[in-house]
Design a protein around this ligand. Structure first.
Ligand code: ADP
Length: 385
């Protein structure tokens, strides 16, 4: 019980090996205890750990050594193939498998002095150790893999951001030329360009303004993961007030009912980015709203010990549930531009910012009734809390 307690708390393979060796040395005699790992992909067995004696543990080899290739008479292969223990008939050596969910992870070998006799009890005890060790090693390996995978995903995301940044930046140059030359055409060739020609010119200009907006949004998106400010305590009350002030004109003109709770909390994050989250969500609540009395409601509650859950709710046009995921993808929109202005980047930007703050964002909505966007942000935690 003590052994399994100790093992389940370990996620580091080296620590698992030393716990195994320590407990084995309490339960059975050995001169040398060797832990070997089996890799089913390469079919290689490698030395992972060995102790000479409890009093004289030899150093753990950092790079596993390949021990042997296929050899049917080799006891290691006997154990790996049969997934059962093997006891040498002529010498006190026990080989027991380390198994997790029917998969063989490796072999523990206990080698004693020639005069020692291993009993059945010794074998059973070492087998129990092998079973628990197999599970613990698999868990530790999965943990290692998960960490390596998330580092890889982070690296790739950064690469993608860098690429987006460079491409968007480079696209701006030719766009400035298009804008500049259409301006020259409009001004210097005013007399010649008439009728349809003028309409074409309007289309060119309209398209370049739109393309500029798309590129600017891509630039914002690619810059989110390399913010210029560091995380600090951010008052959401101040952020929401700032956004309200920016939108003062629209709010008054539409006579919007804006409901904000008292005691809005502070969160731990990047103030500029958190303002973008509220600005985009509140902006959408007003934009995608066809009701004579528009309502925007903001609220929050504790999500768990380290996060708050906020919401921005409206009584607008709502969203069909089949699009709940799609709307968070960059440039995905549900309406034509003529109907509702926009590039379709706002929610992708919100999602990326919230995720950078280790939070999540999602929507609940009923078409024609309204939508509620939820997102979580970290609390400001003091060292004593
Ligand atoms: P944009 O506002 O530029 O279209 P967003 O990424 O902010 O881009 O939103 C994507 C799409 O999600 C919108 O085009 C709209 O169809 C839908 N949407 C976003 N917010 C709301 C809302 N509050 N109510 C209804 N639909 C919304």
């Amino acid at each position: 019980y003590e052994f399994s307690e100790q093992l389940t708390s370990k996620l580091d393979v080296d620590q698992i090996y030393s716990v195994v060796a320590e407990h084995a040395s309490r339960l059975l005699p050995f001169n040398k205890l060797v832990i070997t790992l089996y890799d089913p992909e390469t079919e290689a067995i490698s030395l992972a750990y060995q102790v000479q004696k409890r009093e004289d543990p030899s150093p753990v080899p950092r790079a596993p050594v390949q021990l042997t290739q296929h050899d049917s008479d080799d006891p290691y292969w006997k154990v790996i193939r049969s997934k059962r223990s093997y006891q040498d008939p002529s010498f006190p050596v026990l080989y027991v498998p380390m198994i997790s969910k029917e998969t063989i992870m490796g072999v523990i070998t206990s080698i004693a002095d020639p005069e020692t006799k291993y009993s059945d009890t010794h074998l059973r005890l070492l087998e129990s150790i092998g079973n628990l060790a197999g599970i613990a090693i698999e868990k530790a390996k999965l943990h290692e893999e998960t960490i390596a995978k998330s580092a890889e995903i982070e690296r790739r995301n950064k690469e993608l951001d860098d690429f987006t940044y460079v491409v968007s930046h480079d696209l701006k140059e030719p766009l400035i030329s298009v804008e500049g030359f259409s301006n020259i055409l409009r001004l210097d060739y005013r007399e010649i360009i008439q009728g349809e020609g003028k309409e074409y010119l309007d289309s060119i200009e309209g398209a370049s303004v739109r393309m500029k907006a798309l590129i600017d949004d891509l630039l914002v998106l690619s810059r989110i993961s390399r913010p210029s400010e560091s995380f600090k305590s951010v008052s959401t009350e101040k952020v929401i007030n700032d956004v309200k002030t920016e939108m003062e004109y629209t709010l008054r003109q539409k006579d919007v009912r804006f409901i904000v709770p008292e005691n809005l909390p502070s969160v731990f994050g990047n103030e500029t980015q958190i303002k973008i989250v509220f600005r985009n969500l509140i902006g959408n609540s007003l934009k995608f709203n066809d009701k004579p009395q528009q309502i925007v409601e903001i609220g929050f509650e504790e999500a768990d010990s380290s996060r708050y859950k906020f919401f921005v709710r409206d009584n607008g046009i709502g969203i069909d549930s089949e699009f709940f995921e799609k709307i968070f993808i960059i440039f995905q929109r549900l309406h034509r531009r003529e109907q509702y202005e926009g590039t379709g980047a706002g929610l992708a930007i919100v999602k990326k910012i919230v995720e950078l703050h280790k939070g999540t964002v999602w929507v609940e909505s009923v078409p024609d009734k309204g939508s509620t966007f939820y997102f979580t942000l970290p609390k400001v935690l003091s060292l004593n809390s």
